[in-house]
Write a protein that binds this ligand. Structure first.
Ligand code: MN
Length: 298
């Protein structure tokens, strides 16, 4: 028998690949957003926590539309946050708290639904009339129980407010979470990172994430290997282990990757439609409050 040799530090702290998930067929959200449901808390809430859901709007061409812009009409949310990232195309929104605006290419809207909000989401009038490519992500981020009933508000984060960290290997835009002394743009309720990562062909980028955190990578274009995995391509999601910290992304062609990492929220998740709470009674209360007009109107 031979004595096992201790692994090098670099190897022993690498996160391992839990799953490489291909995009399911697209479905329409309203008549404006054709998305792949990459993951959903109904499938495995613990695996993805603190993230609840990801709709990936892979690049989709829209013809010019001189009529009413396409999108999703008024609907409520309670108990979590919606994060909308526009890569190309524009989304115009209005809400019951008096907010509204346009999420243009490069911008992010971080909306805390909290105790409740009603909003709508449409192609911007300009985008709708010109037509073009819509490429976006909408993420649902859970709130800890103590913050689920916080008053609704949102952070309108413009492209210019998002710090970009450049290196020889590529670049990282910090939507949330700090990197190398640069501050992430969004304020979050629990510790997390949301980074828009570009890796150049032939380069490897190392982006360590805390041991114990959920870590997910959505490949949007190009092909990569993650910690020596098989090749991962467009519209695939890599789920990494909580254990370990090293994450290295090697690109065989220019790649765009959305990195999500966060401290899990170890609380029960009970959701129905647009509400995500901790108990069934809280869901019933959400329907009651919405039906009795407590969420307000646009
Ligand atoms: Mn919504």
């Amino acid at each position: 028998m031979t004595t096992p040799v201790a692994q090098s530090t670099a190897q022993s702290t690498a996160k391992t690949i839990v799953q490489i998930k291909s995009a399911p067929p697209q479905h329409w959200v309203g008549n404006g957003f054709k998305v792949h449901g990459m993951f959903n808390y109904n499938d495995n809430a613990a695996l993805f926590s603190p993230f609840l859901l990801m709709d990936y709007g892979a690049p989709t061409q829209f013809a010019p539309n001189m009529g009413q812009p396409n999108g999703v009409g008024s609907h409520p949310h309670r108990g979590f946050e919606t994060v909308t990232i526009a890569y190309t195309g524009e989304v115009t929104h209005r809400d019951s708290a008096g907010g509204g605006g346009t999420i243009a290419a490069g911008d992010v809207q971080w909306m805390t639904a909290g105790a409740g909000i009603v909003h709508n989401e449409f192609h911007s009038p300009a985008f709708s009339q010109q037509g073009g490519l819509m490429h976006m992500v909408q993420l649902w981020v859970n709130l800890p129980a103590k913050d689920k009933m916080t008053p609704a508000h949102y952070q309108a984060i413009s492209k210019a407010q998002i710090a970009q960290v450049d290196s020889d290997a590529g670049s990282v835009r910090l939507i949330a979470g700090d990197l190398d002394g640069h501050k992430g743009a969004a304020e979050t309720y629990t510790p997390m990172r949301l980074w828009d990562v570009r890796v150049k062909a032939g380069q490897t980028m190392s982006l360590s994430q805390p041991d114990g955190w959920t870590t997910l990578l959505l490949v949007q274009s190009g092909t990569v290997q993650v910690n020596g995995s098989n090749t991962v391509g467009a519209a695939q999601l890599v789920v990494l282990s909580r254990k370990g910290s090293d994450v290295s992304i090697s690109a065989s062609s220019d790649a765009q990757v959305l990195l999500l990492a966060g401290e899990p929220i170890n609380e029960p998740v009970v959701g129905y439609g647009p509400f995500v709470m901790n108990t069934k009674a809280e869901i019933q209360q959400a329907f009651f409050d919405f039906d009795s007009g407590k969420f307000g109107e646009i």
